[in-house]
Design a protein around this ligand. Structure first.
Ligand SMILES: *Cc1c(COP(=O)(O)O)cnc(C)c1O
Length: 377
């Protein structure tokens, strides 16, 4: 096929449901064109209802901003150390550095590709022995697959270290029936353009503690004290979500469940058509784990095969991407400590994310599968 006349297939592109523009139009008609308004409150309340478990949600301008505020709420400050899953997107770790604190990376385990309970405990014990107890733990449900929630939170509470649950990729996932985004002392969501629902850009902070929501909104709106003039006793941020983008979010909430169903269908399609090959392995859900399958990812048997598939797809105008490069391998974090077992390095070498949008047609999926089959043959 010729690149010029074949439609581009994206890894994960925005997918509007249809009612988003009604909420946006209403915002214009009522002149709520500001970082507050009925759509912001409505979107927060939609998310609170969806997540259940007494969730309190603060809608913000990005998931990264939400992580920054989450760390502030947990008291992370200059000179602290924060444990962070190494296999993640850089936005999980960057806010640690914004605060003058230091990331300490922890490797993954095989069953979920997320933070390894054994390595986590080794890291905590070692840091405590060295007189530097970690201030927080950042866990990630990468590609929508829940991490080992029970094991990780058991360790965190045994050592009394709070958890920031990065659920940016996992809205719609659950662990033993409980929604991801409700496990951490503070959790965060992202509504960036490539996520399972999008507001074009945006994020949210989630907590069972309503004080965390209130404090997050206070900090996100320039930390203005209660006074008729502008009065400040703390450093603030401009991180609140706008009423326009929240309108997009309200429309997207109506199609979240169908987006999850479609992404799971993508995964099932790939598995059905490719599992004949012993050179391709799929990440299965352990018992009780429910992934939104934000991205369908596979392990190949070698770096060479992974790159062969990736470049064959690229030649057919199909976007794919190696699994996220672990943070301990990134130049910008080369001076950070890391507790490693080799698993995330290995996954990065051999793993590939396939086109996964909820707007993919069956024809698109057949196109992807036929290119991969040709390489395997
Ligand atoms: C997208 C993402 C973020 C950042 O969210 P933004 O809304 O893009 O700032 C953080 N962590 C993970 C794992 C992500 O995938």
């Amino acid at each position: 096929m010729n690149v010029i006349d074949s439609k581009r297939i994206w890894l994960s592109s925005p997918h509007m449901g249809g009612t988003e523009q009604n909420f946006v139009r209403e915002a214009f008609e009522t002149n709520w064109v500001a970082p507050l308004g009925p759509n912001v409150n409505g979107f927060e309340s939609d998310l609170e209802t969806y997540l259940e478990n007494d969730s309190n949600v603060a809608a913000l301008s990005s998931g990264t901003g939400a992580l920054h505020l989450a760390l502030i709420l947990l008291g992370v400050t200059n000179g602290d150390e924060v444990l962070c899953q190494s296999m993640t997107f850089a936005a999980s770790a960057n806010p640690i550095v914004y605060l003058g604190a230091k990331p300490v990376f922890v490797d993954s385990e095989r069953d979920t590709w997320n933070i390894c309970p054994e390595q986590l405990e080794i890291a905590i014990k070692d840091k405590i022995a060295k007189g530097k107890k970690p201030k927080a733990i950042i866990t990630v449900h990468l590609y929508g697959m829940p991490y080992q929630v029970e094991a990780i939170h058991k360790i965190a509470s045994a050592y009394k270290i709070p958890v920031v649950e990065d659920s940016a990729e996992a809205l719609g996932s659950s662990y033993h029936g409980v929604k991801c985004g409700t496990f951490g002392d503070v959790a965060i969501l992202s509504f960036n353009g490539n996520k399972i629902i999008t507001t074009s850009g945006g994020g949210a902070l989630v907590s069972r503690n309503v004080k965390h929501k209130e404090k997050a909104i206070f900090l996100a709106t320039q930390a203005r004290d209660n006074a008729p003039h502008y009065e400040h006793s703390e450093i603030g941020y401009n991180y609140r979500m706008s009423n326009i983008t929240a309108g997009i979010g309200r429309g997207q909430m109506e199609v979240l469940d169908s987006h999850v169903a479609k992404r799971r269908r993508n995964f099932d399609f790939y598995k059905k058509h490719l599992e004949f090959s012993s050179e391709i392995k799929f990440l299965e859900e352990p018992e009780g784990f429910y992934s939104n399958r934000w991205l369908s990812c596979v392990e190949t048997t070698s770096y060479k095969l992974r790159e062969g598939i990736r470049s064959a797809l690229a030649e057919e105008n199909i976007e794919s991407r190696p699994l996220w490069k672990p943070m301990h391998q990134q130049a910008v974090f080369s001076d950070c400590d890391a507790y490693l077992n080799g698993i995330s390095d290995d996954l990065f070498d051999r793993g590939l994310c396939l086109p996964s949008g909820s707007n993919l047609e069956e024809d698109d999926l057949y196109r992807v599968v036929s290119v991969i089959k040709n390489v395997l043959r």
